[in-house]
Design a protein around this ligand. Structure first.
Ligand code: FE2
Length: 379
């Protein structure tokens, strides 16, 4: 059963005395990867991210190299170790390439740390001050599901390029952007029976509210199922759906993820665009691979979602999905996993009023994933 909880809760407004963890937005997402230099090239070439900052041997950092890429409000950090025996190396060995840090932009890093730890968060890093000639950054951090970290970044006294320790990265190679705007939501996969634990974590420790829930009757195919609850912070800028596997005839995509990631972690990063046709066209021509639903999906599209602005043939051509809720409609498409393990992938989403997550597409989508699982022999 789908439950829309939006009407049952009083949304907290940013700045409310109530909101003990005011968050201004997603600050950056850091991936630990085997070869950050090549990954940076991929995110430039395929996804249109622009070079922003660098940290490594040339900046006096001896243990790792990091590249920071940006596209509108999205900042990606890609890091690799320079020696064996590092935490980054161990993380990559365990999980493959994946998201280590989901950093949040806050007004007060120390307050964020104190308030969340007081409510039960496991500390990752006490508040640190980092300075250079451009000012100072305060940062602190806590653990969330698996080995994933939330950092709290306070940058009101900083006007450098990214963080102290980074210098401008200015390569000549600069493929154009593809129209990605901001992080719409980030989904976490957690172990069977753990969804409510992490829902409670976001509720009690971070002051988020649950805005939506799906159970296995909403999200199931002939073979597999999953359950999901969507958590949102006070001002709605951060949305974290949390998935757990549900019993099905065969292995669900969430179980497959957990098997290959060896634990809970970020399943997908959904990035918003204002022009999904243009964005997906560009991504495809640059080699990004997407999941495809059967073309008969489009035969009944108008009956299902009503009139839309976009040309159906163009959507069909690119494999873009559409769903409608009470407030409007949305267009979305999912990439294949972007690393050898069937773990993390991206969603491209354009919202035209809808605030939901594409429930009407789940079945077609999951069947598409199952066809991929079949090919991998992991269904
Ligand atoms: Fe999503």
């Amino acid at each position: 059963m789908i439950t829309d909880l939006k009407n049952d809760v009083v949304p907290k407004i940013f700045g409310d005395a109530d909101d003990f963890l005011p968050i201004l937005g997603t600050d950056f997402i850091e991936l630990y990867v085997g070869n950050c230099r090549q990954a940076a090239h991929y995110y430039q070439t395929a996804f249109g991210f622009q070079p922003l900052a660098y940290s490594g041997l040339q900046t006096g950092r001896k243990d790792r190299e990091s590249y920071v890429l940006v596209q509108d409000k999205i900042r990606l950090v890609l890091s690799s170790p320079l020696h064996p025996g590092t935490d980054i190396g161990r993380h990559i060995d365990q999980h493959g390439d994946g998201v280590k840090i989901v950093a949040m932009w806050v007004e007060d890093a120390e307050h964020s740390f104190q308030e969340t730890v007081k409510r039960g968060a496991k500390p990752y890093m006490e508040t640190k001050v980092k300075e250079d000639e451009y000012g100072e950054i305060k940062m602190s951090g806590i653990y969330t599901y698996g080995e994933t970290i939330h950092l709290f970044i306070e940058r009101k006294n900083y006007n450098g390029i990214f963080l102290p320790g980074y210098v401008k990265w200015e390569p000549e190679y600069r493929p154009s952007e593809v129209g990605l705007k901001y992080v719409d939501h980030m989904v976490g996969n957690v172990e069977l029976g753990q969804m409510d634990h992490w829902v409670n974590f976001y509720q009690d420790v971070m002051g988020f509210t649950q805005i939506l829930s799906f159970d296995d009757k909403d999200i199931s195919t002939e073979y597999t199922a999953l359950m999901s609850k969507v958590m949102s912070n006070g001002n709605g800028r951060i949305k974290f759906p949390i998935n757990e596997p549900a019993a099905g005839l065969k292995k669900s995509q969430v179980e497959e993820y957990l098997d290959f990631y060896h634990g809970a972690g970020v399943q997908h990063i959904a990035v918003a665009t204002n022009d999904i046709l243009g964005t997906v066209n560009a991504l495809k021509s640059r080699g990004v691979e997407f999941l495809r639903v059967p073309t008969n999906y489009y035969d009944t599209l108008i009956e299902r979602v009503g009139e839309i602005d976009e040309d159906i043939d163009s959507l069909k051509d690119l494999g873009i999905l559409v769903d409608r809720d009470d407030e409007g409609y949305l267009l979305q498409i999912f990439t294949k996993p972007v690393e050898p393990r069937p773990t993390m992938f991206f969603e491209i989403i354009q919202r035209k009023g809808a605030n939901s997550f594409g429930k009407g597409n789940f079945k077609a989508l999951f069947e598409a994933i199952e066809r991929e699982q079949e090919l991998r022999g992991t269904l």
